[in-house]
Design a protein around this ligand. Structure first.
Ligand SMILES: [Zn+2]
Length: 285
């Protein structure tokens, strides 16, 4: 039986967060609700305008939550910090695993190329494959939080649901690896205004991406590679998948075809694939 690693980082909670800073769009929305409510009292006849303004505001908030790279509902890491970009670092992030078939082959490819990556893991899958998770960390890669169950209705959860899906995943992942994640990626990148207060309390960055290959939908590795490699630059965060991986017409996961030429392209450009743990400081320092 493999000894469980000591929870070095897990035992250390994130630095105490300051009061949650209201994102500008949330702050403006609260102000609009106050104005609309006051107008209802002061000018009852104008209620259709007040109602229309509130409905329009909620539509705008919903639209912001459906835009994975938006930073309107709170901070959203779409690129590595400037210092990491200047060092020529890029972050290859791999979502939805661990997968007992695809993840080990992915680790072999990364090792063969001397590269490191970040795995945004689904905690329930991690619980089913703990040895695989420990292998990821032992090889110098990162395990970060991609929720407990990757629920399809994640983006409509409230504070309690977010706390459970994200907080419980933190516990599961830290218990297995001994390292507490400091980054979170929302399932499908979708969310609502109630997510950021929960991430703030847990000391987690919301991380999206600079470019993605749509490799859960595209079966053509060349197209996936082109989306990731065209214009690739230091500081880019790339999104790929080991779980839910689309297969090529020959039945092999697209990720395994894309990684070797992608890593070669990085070498040609003088870029170094590294992990979010190394490139992105904690949300609170
Ligand atoms: Zn996902």
């Amino acid at each position: 039986m493999t000894a469980k690693p000591s929870p070095i980082t897990a035992a250390r909670p994130p630095a105490t967060p300051t009061r949650w800073p209201l994102p500008p769009m949330v702050s403006a929305s609260l102000g609009l609700h106050v104005v609309a409510g006051s107008a209802l009292v002061l000018v009852p006849g104008a209620w259709p305008w007040s109602a229309a303004a509130v409905v329009a505001n909620h539509l705008a908030l919903t639209a912001a939550g459906l835009w994975p790279r938006a930073a309107l509902l709170g901070p959203n890491v779409r690129r590595l910090p400037d210092a990491a970009a200047a060092r020529g670092e890029v972050a290859i992030t791999i979502d939805d695993g661990p997968d007992p078939e695809v993840t080990p082959a992915t680790l072999d490819l990364l090792a063969a190329n001397g590269a490191h990556a970040t795995f945004f893991c689904i905690a329930e899958r991690a619980r089913a494959h703990p040895a695989l998770l420990r292998r990821i960390v032992a090889a110098g890669h990162d395990v970060q939080n991609h929720s407990l169950r990757h629920r399809h209705n994640f983006s409509v959860l409230g504070p309690k649901g977010f706390a459970q899906e994200i907080g419980d995943a933190q516990t599961v992942l830290a218990d297995i690896t001994g390292v507490l994640p400091h980054c979170f990626r929302a399932p499908a990148g979708l969310r609502n205004p109630l997510l950021d207060p929960v991430l703030h309390r847990l000391g987690l960055h919301l991380v999206s991406w600079t470019r993605r290959g749509f490799d859960t939908r595209r079966a053509n590795p060349a197209k996936v590679l082109h989306s990731l490699a065209d214009g690739l630059a230091g500081g880019d965060i790339l999104l790929l998948h080991d779980g839910n991986a689309r297969r090529t017409d020959f039945g092999t996961p697209v990720l395994l075809h894309v990684l070797p030429p992608l890593l070669q392209h990085c070498r040609q450009l003088g870029l170094r694939p590294t992990t979010l743990a190394r490139s992105l400081p904690p949300r609170y320092t």
